[in-house]
Design a binder for this molecule. Structure first.
Ligand SMILES: [Fe+2]
Ligand SMILES: [Fe+2]
Length: 215
């Protein structure tokens, strides 16, 4: 599992047995996903990008890894059970998905983990969704949001969309293009929390702009 690989690569990061068990349960849920944009490979990429992020940002003392790893693994567990092929559903999912995953995570963690951890994981999960109007308050929420936004346009996620472009209607295509354009705009880039993510996203956005022309 991706979580085991991550912990093996970072022996100094210690998490409790219960947290590890919940990480594995969450990862299995993602492996059973019906939405290929939100599956266990998405989680694997976030964990692998977290490794690069940690190499670049050496001050890890403020990070609570129990909270961060649980947030990363559980943040899309609701979305993994849904597909959004029309723009109205997509919009609703973008707004609701944080709350949906919070409910799923709470069902699995209440009574098992300390309340303080559950509250912080739920906060990070809720704040990862698009359309946030208030600044993020915790380091774990900031890292999750940046890692997740960085993976938005991973080529592995874009490829199936481009392949399916003839199956979607004109309206959805226009909306999709507008949405991708908006997410890869300068304004979105400025909303990222860390300079590490900004640099990486800048590179990806150039590739995305080229790809958009082919749709
Ligand atoms: Fe999400
Ligand atoms: Fe995600």
């Amino acid at each position: 599992m991706y979580i085991d690989k991550f912990l093996k690569n970072h022996p100094k990061i210690k998490i409790s047995k219960k947290t590890l068990m919940l990480c594995r349960v969450g990862e299995q849920k993602m492996a059973d996903s019906i939405d290929q944009l939100h599956d266990n490979h998405h989680i694997g990429r976030l964990l692998s990008n977290l490794e690069s992020f940690l190499k670049d940002n050496r001050n890890h003392k403020k990070i609570n890894f129990e909270i961060l790893l649980l947030s990363i693994i559980w943040h899309d567990t609701w979305k993994a059970k849904k597909q959004s092929l029309n723009p109205f559903k997509l919009l609703f999912h973008q707004i609701y998905e944080g709350f949906g995953s919070v409910i799923i995570f709470s069902k699995h963690s209440v009574g098992l983990l300390p309340k303080s951890i559950i509250v912080e994981v739920n906060y990070a999960i809720r704040k990862h969704a698009q359309f946030q109007f208030f600044p993020l308050n915790s380091i774990e929420a900031k890292i999750l949001k940046d890692l997740d936004d960085l993976d938005l346009f991973h080529v592995r996620r874009l490829r199936p969309l481009i392949k399916k472009r003839n199956q979607v209607n004109y309206f959805t295509k226009i909306f999709g293009k507008y949405y991708i354009n908006k997410l890869s705009s300068k304004k979105s880039l400025n909303n990222l929390q860390f300079s590490w993510t900004k640099k990486k996203t800048n590179k990806i956005n150039k590739i995305v702009k080229k790809l958009l022309k082919t749709i």
